[in-house]
Design a protein around this ligand. Sequence first.
Ligand SMILES: *Cc1c(COP(=O)(O)O)cnc(C)c1O
Length: 450
Amino acid sequence: MDAMTKLQHRIEGWENRVRDVAVTPRLPREGLRERLAAYDFSAPRDLADLVEGVSDLLERGAVHTNHPRYFGLFNTGVRRAGIVADALVALYNPQVGGWWHSPAACEIEQHTLDHLTKKIGFDAASFATFTTGGSEANLTGVLSALAHAFPRYAKEGLVAAAKEPVFYGSDQAHDSFVKTARITGLGEGAFRRVRSDARQRLDVNDLRAAIRRDKAAGKSPFLAVATVGTTSTGAIDPMGEMAALCREEGLWLHADAAWGGIALLSDALKKHVAGLSLADSVTWDAHKTFPVPMGAGMFFCRTHAPSEALFSVHTAYVQDADPGTYDLYQRSVQWSRRLIGLKVFVTLAELGDRGMADLVDHQSRMADALRQRLRAREFHIENDSPLPIVCFSREGALAADIARKVAAEGDAWLSEVRVDPKRPWLRACITHYDTQLEDVERLIKAVERA
Ligand SMILES: *Cc1c(COP(=O)(O)O)cnc(C)c1O
């Protein structure tokens, strides 16, 4: 069999077998390294054999995000549309950095983003781009807020801000903002953590007090981050109140909906994230909300101005943009850039909006079923999110031990979450479009055994 045929068999075989394989790694580290030692690159190898060897390693040496009993971090199950699309990207390898270089690829991405922009509620004057993930999108949000607040920032750097710039997010906001604070030169201390309430939503009174305190102390608050779907519990910050406060105080509002953006895809859920339309910029990860492989974040901004100010450069070796178009290397952190959006385009085109909504609504129903069954077995549901994420506990049970034991057994995977460090909970998110009731029941059994 040649490599292509083997690849096709691997894809089909995986789809048929995935429910029966362990969710967690079955190869100990020594075994993995021993196997890799056989690849010493001294002599050429047959590509078909490599397909087999590498697939075997990847199948036995991973926590499988693409498993219906992975109740995990926000990594989605992948459908065939996403696999086919990524293979096509590899085949044609379009350079998406320049519109003139890959007009078809750039227009495919823009067409897809235009459709999703409408779901957020931004108008046609807004800017959108695919990113490597939510971290890049959040970084771009903070940079955009800086460029907006301090018009000389792009030229002069942070000294253009006469007063020390500070920004805010809740104690539940994603830690990518810590990295962003460091790498922008703002420094970790510039990222102010505001209290969240008993439902893990940012406390707007605390935010108001922090802004006023910082202003009085001679600092320059420029941005507030609303988390729309926190990573720990799926909490949604009060966007309306935050937007009003940001307008009053002259702050940029960035909404981090890396995972919470999933609600925009469902008629039943979208009301919970309607406030996204009030933000100045939005992070929404395609790879956490569509059934597509990783490497697909999205950044949306109310205007083009910040991205132009931050990222346009003049190069000696690249031709000017065609009239009426712009080149993405002039609008984002990335330079050489792969066609990120094709998997989203193909998935949406294959399923249609309705079909995509059905997948999300199915995930919601599975989360409801999980909540209901947990309650019936005397577990306590700890979070209160409309999204398909369930945090739970049981008197006397140690979350970390349970998560570890469940993983060691390998029939399912879930995580531990420490919102209250003294009282860790278990956390199960429905991330796979094909998680069924039987899978939910097997998770509960695995937890009870543990
Ligand atoms: C996952 C996540 C991020 C980071 O996104 P990546 O795609 O992993 O870079 C940012 N914010 C939130 C709320 C997240 O859940």
